[in-house]
Design a protein around this ligand. Structure first.
Ligand code: SF4
Ligand code: SF4
Length: 344
């Protein structure tokens, strides 16, 4: 047993803050967690400074919960620093795990995003076309902004990760089990889960937790949620509502399909699946051919194309949480003379 409390850190990179809320949301267990650890860094909760972390010896943080994608140079530097200072680094939440919504920026470029936000947005009023400079000289000295990357990265694309805690955000009961378990093991000397484990989730897919009945019904087209009133007991996907439950790791309790919303895939690819979007498209191909004795070859292709043509925003739908960690990773960009960009 350790003579001191495990030191805990939590850091927020490119994310929305929902991961911090998911930790606070563990309820009364938060008090026990607070008693069990020494919080050494969590800028979201208290006035910790970068210098506090820099002053720690390497490996001094026992457990670091890193949420958020690596979107800019500051995120990258913090990932490097916290990896060096932490014995255990957890990719906490979908952004750190698979890129999540920030990863959809990989469909475009940093320059195009800057252009839209500061010059071209419908509500932008910027007649002088001022854009933030990465370096600015002011009377007080030099101001430096982080460099926005073209490609959003996941935590394990820049540093070794010990554990993953998926979800957008991770479900609080799962957070309490996973983080509580790690802290108890660190404090009591019990064995830790094998490095690389996915914590707070299942080894199965969301469909396994979903109470809706699957009947292998053929699907010819998809609808948006406001266009149909689904049967409350039947599988949403088989009713033509996109649901990524078949391509998503379980653990949330099938929260979304239980309230008639298709799963959006926030727990990431299930075990053994490298590309969540690819798995989903394969599942749709199977559904478009279900019960059709003539399916196959050109006919199957036509059926799949017809069904896919009814999906609004296929990239955002099938890779909404996982693009940065998928086999695709990002859209191809061609830079022409004069700095003009094209997307492929
Ligand atoms: S596809 Fe969606 S609605 Fe259908 S069983 Fe799976 S999780 Fe439930
Ligand atoms: S049903 Fe899907 S999108 Fe909803 S919480 Fe679960 S994994 Fe996330």
């Amino acid at each position: 047993m350790s003579a001191r409390k495990p030191r805990l850190a939590m850091y927020w990179a490119a994310s929305c803050g929902g991961c911090e809320v998911s930790l606070l949301n563990i309820g009364e267990k938060l008090a026990a967690l607070g008693d069990a650890v020494e919080l050494v860094f969590c800028p979201c909760l208290a006035d910790f400074k970068l210098a506090d972390v820099q002053a720690l010896p390497d490996g001094a943080i026992d457990l670091c919960l890193f949420n958020g994608a690596v979107r800019n140079s500051e995120n990258r530097q913090m990932a490097y620093l916290l990896r060096r200072k932490s014995a255990l680094l957890v990719a906490y939440g979908s952004c750190a795990h698979e890129g999540c919504a920030p990863g959809l920026a990989n469909l475009t470029t940093a320059a195009a995003i800057r252009e839209t936000v500061y010059r071209g947005g419908p509500s932008t009023d910027n007649p002088a076309a001022v854009v933030p400079a990465e370096i600015s000289q002011v009377p007080e000295g030099t101001l430096e902004l982080p460099v926005l990357y073209d490609t959003v990265l996941t935590l394990d694309q820049v540093e070794n990760v010990d554990y993953y805690l998926p979800g957008c955000p991770p479900e609080s009961p799962r957070v309490a089990e996973a983080i509580g378990g790690l802290v108890a093991a660190l404090a009591g000397g019990a064995p830790l889960p094998p490095r690389g484990s996915v914590l707070g989730a299942l080894e199965t897919i969301v469909c396994e937790e979903c109470p809706r009945k699957r009947l292998s019904r053929r699907v010819e087209r998809f609808h948006r949620v406001h266009e149909v009133a689904p049967d409350p007991k039947a599988c949403l996907l088989e009713q033509g509502l996109v649901c990524l439950g078949v391509a998503t790791r379980g653990g949330c309790g099938a929260l979304c399909p239980r309230v008639a919303m298709g799963c959006r895939g926030c727990y990431g690819a299930p075990p053994g699946v490298e590309d969540q979007g690819g798995r989903m498209v394969a599942a749709i191909a199977a559904l478009t051919a279900a019960g059709d004795p003539e399916a196959g070859g050109a006919r199957l292709r036509e059926q799949v194309d017809a069904a896919m043509a009814t999906v609004v925003d296929p990239a955002g739908t099938f890779y909404g949480y996982s693009l940065a960690h998928s086999l695709l990773r990002r859209a191809r960009v061609t830079r022409k003379a004069g700095g003009e960009e094209g997307r492929g």
